[in-house]
Design a protein around this ligand. Structure first.
Ligand code: C2E
Ligand code: CA
Ligand code: CA
Length: 542
């Protein structure tokens, strides 16, 4: 054993190696998650020494497990006085993982200090995994069986493959500080961190960012969906006597000195885990009454909700991962121009599209389609978010309505009578267009009091009188008279109307119709049947 190693052994015996505590916080809420235990040697001559100055020697001398035990024993003892169910994480070196005694020895310390393993996390570096995967897996499973959490440390710097992530039961991925450092400045690093966080999320593993020093880094991490953060911004490694303030701030009700059961206060336990959040969002997504999907830049379905599959008459599985063009070759040409515009940065809202039904013989489907470009943190377009509403039924009703309106108009045109509306002052406000065809007078010529000019001179004064008397009493209008045509001929008409009164009892409107009775009149004349309908004596007929 070298002199360095010997003095290290002595220092362990004298208890000079202690843990410093660095807080881990939930990024979204700032809630204290726990502390990482970082070894410090309070050297009697050299002062406080950092791990880099003695861990390699301890490892070489096979003293690391002893060192870990000492750190854990001190930490368990120190935190016993604090409320809260925050966790402690401890670094285990690759060599320690080969030690068959590791698990029983850790367990012994935990039991001795009555510290539950569910509050402990082991940090393993990626390099530890390469050669001894089977062994590491066995130890990990043993630790997990005891309730211990396992974090993959310095994630991104080592050689861990996806196989490691699948084989080992990780609860957390600690993204190495080297990526976080430049996350706000170097786009490539940001992309890597985004991918690492995404990988963690898709595997249901908490992403922890190490070495967060600035607000800028923190907000970028928040944007990327990172769960937990650690770094100088949230607290430097501190000796046990200084961590009270972290805990007091996290568990304010425990002040002053009232020991409360941590689990009562641990707000983060009420909050959903990232994987649960994803599940909640998925449920909302699937339950939405609108068809939703997200397309990658190359127009492939990245996510699809149930409603969209239903509208498109297929299954989510048949769409996911495939291009729109290959899933719906018949519709793609209809969508493509819109999708291309959105990829250029345009937001398209409520575009109405008509597309052939996939069911043979069925009429077209009508779709209300909105498309929003999705951008990354550098504002670059990375995909399209799409909402689709099937408005075929609504559209069908609209068409039916238009058709029934057209029908009503046609019926009206077939009707021999021409409707009209008159106001309380005797002005004609509106009348059926047939009247223009029938008389040859323009609409303008007939409106308001113009209609009086379209009567035969001999009948005008009488009609005016009858109308004025009706307007003053609100009694029904019913008279016959002769209407002039623009070509100088004339015809017999019968005019009838009914009053609608206002609140003060005055005439507000007359609604009526004009019927051409010319043939009837002439027929009657021919057979000399004399009638005296209305105010016009038949004797006047010439
Ligand atoms: P690590 O596990 O990656 O620990 C994080 C290191 O980053 C710590 O250095 C911590 O002080 C530092 N750090 C935390 N936040 C920031 C930050 O915002 N900015 C910067 N620049 N640094 C930050 P430390 O304490 O010097 O530890 C260095 C390494 O020594 C640790 O890296 C770990 O691998 C190892 N180590 C520490 N304690 C132990 C231990 O008890 N056992 C074993 N086996 N290794 C340990
Ligand atoms: Ca660590
Ligand atoms: Ca680390």
């Amino acid at each position: 054993m070298a002199t360095d190693e010997l003095s290290l052994l002595k220092s362990l015996e004298r208890g000079e190696i202690s843990p410093f505590y660095q807080p881990l916080r939930e990024l979204r809420t700032g809630q204290l998650v726990g502390f990482e235990l970082l070894a410090r040697w309070e050297h009697p001559e050299r002062g406080l020494m950092l791990p880099s100055e003695f861990i390699p020697a301890a490892e070489h001398a096979g003293l690391l497990t002893q060192l870990t035990e000492q750190i854990l024993a001190k930490a368990f003892q120190a935190v016993a006085v604090f409320p809260g169910s925050f966790i402690l994480t401890v670094n285990i070196s690759p060599k320690q993982l080969l030690d068959r005694d590791l698990v029983p020895r850790l367990l012994q310390i935990g039991q001795r200090h009555n510290f539950p393993f569910s509050r402990l996390a082991i940090e393993i570096t990626e390099t530890a995994l390469i050669e001894n995967l089977d062994h590491v897996q066995a130890i990990s499973l043993e630790l997990k069986a005891l309730g211990c959490n396992i974090y993959l440390d310095d994630f991104g710097t080592g050689y861990s493959s996806f196989a490691h992530l699948q084989t080992l039961p990780f609860d957390g991925l600690k993204i190495d500080r080297s990526f976080i450092k430049s996350i706000a400045k170097v786009r490539q690093d940001r992309k890597i961190v985004a991918a690492l966080i995404g990988l963690g999320q898709s595997l249901g593993i908490t992403a922890i960012a190490e070495g967060v020093e600035t607000e800028e880094q923190a907000s970028m991490l928040q944007y990327l969906g990172c769960d937990v953060v650690q770094g100088y911004l949230y607290g430097k490694p501190e000796p046990a006597k200084h961590i009270r303030s972290f805990i007091d701030a996290a568990y304010p009700r425990a002040l002053p000195g009232v020991a409360l059961q941590g689990s009562d206060l641990n707000l983060s336990s009420l909050e959903s885990l990232p994987i649960e959040r994803v599940a909640q969002l998925q449920a909302i997504y699937d339950g939405a009454p609108v068809g939703l999907c997200y397309l990658s830049k190359n127009l492939r379905y990245v996510s699809v909700n149930r409603k969209l599959a239903e509208i498109d008459g297929t299954t989510i599985l048949a769409m996911l991962g495939r291009s729109v063009a290959s899933v719906f070759p018949q519709w793609f040409p209809i969508y493509e121009p819109f999708l291309r515009r959105a990829l250029q940065g345009e937001s398209l809202h409520d575009c109405e599209l008509s597309r052939p039904s996939r069911i043979e013989g069925e009429s077209n489907q009508f779709i209300l389609f909105s498309c929003e470009p999705a951008r990354d943190e550098a504002r670059e377009i990375i995909g399209l978010s799409i909402a689709v509403l099937d408005i075929t039924e609504r559209k069908r009703k609209e068409i039916e309505l238009v058709e029934s309106e057209q029908l009503a108009r046609a019926l009206l045109d077939l009707n021999p009578e021409t409707p009209w509306v008159m106001d309380g002052a005797g002005n004609i406000l509106d009348f059926g267009s047939k009247w223009e065809e029938l008389t040859g007078f323009s609409r303008e010529a007939v409106l308001n009091l113009g209609y009086l000019n379209t009567l035969l001179d001999e009948d005008r004064a009488r009609v005016l009188l009858l109308t004025e008397s009706a307007l003053s009493t609100g009694s029904p209008i019913d008279y016959e008279c002769r209407a002039r045509r623009a070509d100088g001929t004339w015809l017999w008409i019968r005019v009838r109307g009914k009053a609608v009164m206002d609140e003060s009892g005055k005439v507000w409107r007359y609604y009526g119709s004009t019927e051409v009775i010319d043939e009837l009149k002439r027929l009657r004349e021919a057979v000399s049947i004399k009638t005296s309908h209305g105010g016009v004596p038949s004797t006047q007929i010439t």
